[in-house]
Design a binder for this molecule. Sequence first.
Ligand SMILES: Cc1cc2nc3c(=O)[nH]c(=O)nc-3n(C[C@H](O)[C@H](O)[C@H](O)COP(=O)(O)OP(=O)(O)OC[C@H]3O[C@@H](n4cnc5c(N)ncnc54)[C@H](O)[C@@H]3O)c2cc1C
Ligand code: SF4
Length: 349
Amino acid sequence: MNIPGTRPAGVYSAGTAQRYVNIEGRMPGREVVVLGSGDIGLIMARRMTLQGAKVKLVAEIMPYSGGLKRNIVQCLDDFGIPLKLNHTVTQIHGKERVEGVTVSKVDEKLNPIPGTEEFVKCDTLLLSCGLIPENELSQGAGAQMDDTTAGPVVNAKLETTVKGIFACGNVLHVHDLVDNVSIEAEKAGEFAADYILNGEEDWGEAVRPKIPEKSKCTLPEGRDAGSQIICIGCPVGCLITVNKKEDGTLEITGNTCKKGEAYARNEVTAPVRAVTSLIRVKGGSGRVVPVKTAGEIPKGKIGQCLEEIGAVVANAPVKTGDVLIQNVAGTSVSVVATGNIPVGNIPAV
Ligand SMILES: Cc1cc2nc3c(=O)[nH]c(=O)nc-3n(C[C@H](O)[C@H](O)[C@H](O)COP(=O)(O)OP(=O)(O)OC[C@H]3O[C@@H](n4cnc5c(N)ncnc54)[C@H](O)[C@@H]3O)c2cc1C
Ligand code: SF4
């Protein structure tokens, strides 16, 4: 990323920040600006908020977010985090540590527009502006590269142009979903084993790997109107309109399925959310264990739920499914572990 500034501490990739928070149990900062509104940027804005940071805004250079509509709702709107479309960071301020950033509007050619600069005070800038494949090994091996994926060219059996070297996962192209990595990796492993056992054979021309289409999430008009709701029931993200009729009943339109109607009704009467967070662990091989509420809790109870989560320190061992808090925030819902932390020492970083 080419952003003018003095290179102070406090500028992280979203992945590094995620590692600090989710694995090391450390906060990268307290006042955060996120650059990039793909799903990872949106999710990190929520994660930082849930862990106690103030996310000032998410800036996106494009006129649309690359993330799912439901992530805009659940990660930004739920917490009142502004999304500034057509904006980018044009200056990083601070010497030792980030003290703020300048955010500017961009024109249709994505160039910053002079006079639109706005100073935003923060101690952390999270960059979530896209990834490139991990090319060190493939380029080092002399594999032919593909301009479209920025990873190596492979044939139908995931073999690169260097005989006997197979590619998968983020080496082949950037994957959003680890499930797809696992499937592809199994295939590559089988093809590699076949190559070892049966030797070289003609596996045909190089092909381009199929990359799932990215959604372009433009915000529907009227998003701020109280009666219009983006359904978070599935990635489609229908825009649902809720009108209160004279007799007090609700008229719900725009949903594609019944789930959407139920969601919209709840959303205007008693909105609920599941909460995910981290609980500190003592005496274990990790500092924190991921947790979630075993069911949905009222949206208004999220703050109290997080306070209770933040006050707990669990003793190792912790196993997936262990109840770490009962009746969180008086909701009669438990907070359960979603990971394992065995007894042990924290490995040196
Ligand atoms: C911030 C962020 C959030 C994400 N969130 C989600 C999510 O919520 N859900 C989801 O499904 N996916 C998520 N993803 C995507 C998912 O993490 C990736 O698709 C997946 O990790 C790719 O798997 P991989 O095995 O190809 O690469 P990686 O997981 O990156 O593993 C590559 C490994 O190889 C090691 N390595 C690199 N070079 C060498 C070398 N020369 N020698 C030896 N080892 C080497 C690296 O250290 C690393 O451990 C997220 C990604 C990011 C960046
Ligand atoms: S209404 Fe149905 S299809 Fe539309 S977003 Fe909600 S769950 Fe998905």
